[in-house]
Ligand binder design. Structure first.
Ligand SMILES: Nc1ncnc2c1ncn2[C@@H]1O[C@H](COP(=O)(O)OP(=O)(O)OP(=O)(O)O)[C@@H](O)[C@H]1O
Ligand SMILES: [Mg+2]
Length: 306
């Protein structure tokens, strides 16, 4: 079942077309990664889903309900965390968390709330105006994860979090998934997306240019290697994780799954390694290709040629 469904969604701000015929679905129980360069349309899509903006054309539903017309029942079942959390300056973090929980109609679960406050190392007694950026994010994250909702919509939720808290965040997301929740995660942190997401969608200039399972894209995370050895390597293609072996005089080129790098390198070394070239994983390349605008791409290609 699709929890989120977007069909032919377009959004114009005056003459500017922010979204063009966006089609996207997020299935029940999955973590969906939504990525793309700055200004691509991620937050605009999310704001349409939240009923904060009305699409110019097309249709979007959450839990099979129209996001614009049935926003109230939808919001009782979702938690949203933006990348720039604004809070009521005179309330304490704890008060804000309580308020968010109340708005979502959650039944009071002090124990659960306390657990997340501890995990995110948040001092809930401080006034919100005294919180740093990271601490404001934590208030929103604690209130989201302590809510018993079916859907989490997270728009760059970890901006400003330190690496330890980033890890806590990732654990919380995976636990939510284990509990059968659905998560839409927009992020610029590709390692986070790679680690967490079952499927991803890439948006650029308002258009979805790629959607798929991470497994499907994972074949692109191979390193491209070229090696030369003193004695000819035997049975290279028989090794686990090695693909597309090509021989060119004394050199071998092949692709290798990152996870098998160590074993394969150990094997090859026993033949007397004399040359080794490795290109970075292609998933990053794939993202970069999509992220860069045409001008940047030309510049980079020009530089490579030069
Ligand atoms: N209210 C608005 N009025 C006019 N233009 C807008 C408005 N909101 C967004 N835009 C434009 O729509 C485009 C998409 O913006 P959006 O915030 O969705 O990008 P994003 O993918 O979330 O980027 P980022 O990664 O920087 O958060 C941008 O060019 C932005 O300037
Ligand atoms: Mg955004």
């Amino acid at each position: 079942m699709n929890v989120i469904e977007i069909r032919g969604l377009s959004k114009k701000f005056g003459q500017f077309q922010a979204l063009k015929d966006v089609n996207l679905e997020v299935r029940e129980g999955e973590i969906f990664g939504f990525i793309g360069p700055n200004g691509a349309g991620k937050s605009t899509t999310i704001r349409v889903l939240l009923g904060l903006l009305k699409g110019s054309s097309g249709h979007a539903t959450i839990f099979n309900q129209d996001v614009w017309k049935q926003a109230v029942p939808i919001h009782q079942r979702l938690a949203y965390v933006p990348g720039d959390v604004h809070l009521w300056p005179n309330l304490s973090g704890g008060e804000v968390i309580d308020m968010f929980l109340k708005i979502r109609g959650a039944k009071k679960d002090e124990q659960r709330k306390k657990e997340f406050i501890e995990r995110f190392a948040l001092d809930p007694t401080k006034k919100c105006r005294t919180y740093s950026k990271g601490n404001r994010q934590k208030v929103a994250l604690v209130s989201a994860f302590s809510s018993d909702v079916d859907l989490f919509i997270l728009d760059e939720p970890t901006s400003g979090l330190d690496p330890l808290m980033e890890q806590t965040f990732q654990e919380c997301v995976l636990e939510a998934k284990e509990a059968g929740k659905t998560i839409l995660l927009s992020s610029h942190i590709l390692s986070e997306v790679e680690k967490l997401c079952d499927r991803i969608g890439i948006i650029r200039k308002g258009e979805i240019i790629e959607t798929g399972t991470l497994e499907g894209l994972r074949h692109l995370t191979r390193n491209q290697m070229t090696i030369e050895t003193k004695r000819e390597v035997t049975n290279l293609e028989g090794l686990q994780g090695v693909h597309d072996v090509r021989k060119d005089n004394h050199a071998f080129s092949f692709q290798i799954d990152t996870e098998h790098l160590e074993d394969v390198m150990a094997y090859i070394s026993s033949f007397g390694l004399t040359k080794l070239e490795s290109k970075p994983p292609a998933l990053e390349d794939l993202f970069m290709r999509h992220y860069e605008d045409d001008a940047q791409k030309m510049k980079r290609e020009g530089r490579v040629r030069g």
